[in-house]
Design a binder for this molecule. Structure first.
Ligand code: SF4
Ligand code: SF4
Ligand code: FES
Length: 343
């Protein structure tokens, strides 16, 4: 069938959404709740387009013969901006300490839309001191910060209720708690997350609400320690994933260069033939024997999406780092280079 987008005719297939066609044809539409392979639920309302004079979410609108769609005009931009500002309002001043700073989809959209003010936050004089206190208490009373499980760090303060984690988790570990204005996304009865730790939720979360759990200060200390011999063991297929995440913060395409710059002395790549975790465990023995380095001075960083290896706490793997954690190290190294932070 044919549909018209911005007065140009495009071919569309039965059951496709307007967003599907726009993506295929390279027509930019902002999205936040949508994620590859997940059901489209029209939650964030950033993908609004105009059809027959009405604003509709393009991720849920199915195509039909002769459909006419406008993807950009003043009305659409204004509505998208208001929806984005509402989401952004909850994140006032939180970026500087967020693990996802510079790698956050919400922050990227706020930058794209040049959002400078928090319009939906009451200003001095607009509410009384008591009301302000109630508001703060109400906001904080529902915040859940959970770092007790070994792999996923949770901070509901940064959640935008996009539902990606609810839909992506194969074990259905997330859902909505409370009701109405008080609704928060979390585990049932806000129990400590206990699952197989596949990491899909941390990969899908667009903000810093679900991130990788680690001892970041210790990791940086070990990488900077000249007496330590840091080995990066790259899991099969992880290189593309790292470069994809890093692409948002650094133009560097040479992963070896980036890793050496982070403080790694040796980079080992796992191939199909040595994919078993036992191979990684033997690296320490091998280096201590061949390079005459004390076992305790060799630090093995297993860089892999298999974050469940963290939960096993194997003494031969000093750290398990996901592609997102490597990107965070690169981000902070860039800032040190620019003189913006000291570590
Ligand atoms: S790590 Fe995997 S199984 Fe655990 S909550 Fe996240 S998506 Fe679900
Ligand atoms: S925790 Fe992350 S993925 Fe889950 S609803 Fe909140 S923002 Fe979305
Ligand atoms: S992407 Fe369509 S509503 Fe979020």
């Amino acid at each position: 069938m044919n549909i018209k987008i911005n007065n140009k005719i495009y071919e569309a297939k039965e059951n496709e959404t307007v967003l599907d066609v726009c993506k295929r044809e390279g027509i930019r539409i902002p999205t936040l709740c949508g994620f590859e392979g997940l059901p489209r639920e029209g939650v964030c309302r950033l993908c609004l387009v105009e059809m027959g004079g009405r604003l509709m979410t393009s991720c849920t609108a199915k195509v039909s013969e002769g459909l006419e769609v406008i993807t950009e005009n003043e009305k659409i931009e204004k509505a998208r901006r208001i929806n984005l500002e509402l989401l952004w309002a909850d994140h006032a001043g939180k970026c500087a300490t967020c693990k996802k700073n510079q790698m956050c989809e919400l922050q990227n959209l706020a930058l794209e839309y040049k959002i400078e003010n928090f319009h939906f936050i009451p200003r001095k004089g607009e509410i009384t001191g008591a009301e302000e206190l109630d508001l703060i208490k109400d906001n904080w009373s529902r915040v859940v910060v959970e770092n007790e499980n070994p792999c996923i760090s949770r901070n509901s303060e940064l959640c935008i209720e996009c539902r990606r984690c609810i839909n992506v988790c194969p074990e259905k570990k997330f859902g909505f708690n409370y009701r109405g204005n008080s609704v928060v996304v979390g585990t049932p009865y806000e129990k400590v997350l206990d699952c197989s730790f596949c990491g899909k939720c941390a990969e899908a979360c667009p903000t810093g609400a679900l991130t990788d759990q680690n001892d970041y200060v210790k990791i940086v200390d070990d990488l900077d320690n000249l007496e330590k011999f840091s080995v990066a063991v790259l899991d099969l297929g992880i290189e593309e994933k790292i470069l994809k995440v890093i692409g948002k913060i650094s133009p560097e395409k040479d992963l070896n260069k980036l890793l050496i710059n982070l403080g790694f002395e040796k980079i080992v790549k796992l191939g199909k033939e040595n994919l078993k975790i036992e191979f990684v465990k033997n690296i320490k023995d091998e280096y201590s024997r061949t390079k005459k380095i004390n076992q305790q001075d060799i630090v093995i960083f297993f860089i892999s999406s298999r974050i469940y290896e963290k939960a096993k706490k194997d003494k031969n793997l000093d750290y398990v780092l996901s592609e997102r954690e490597v990107a965070r190290l690169v981000r902070d190294k860039e800032k040190i280079k620019e003189g913006k932070i000291k570590m």
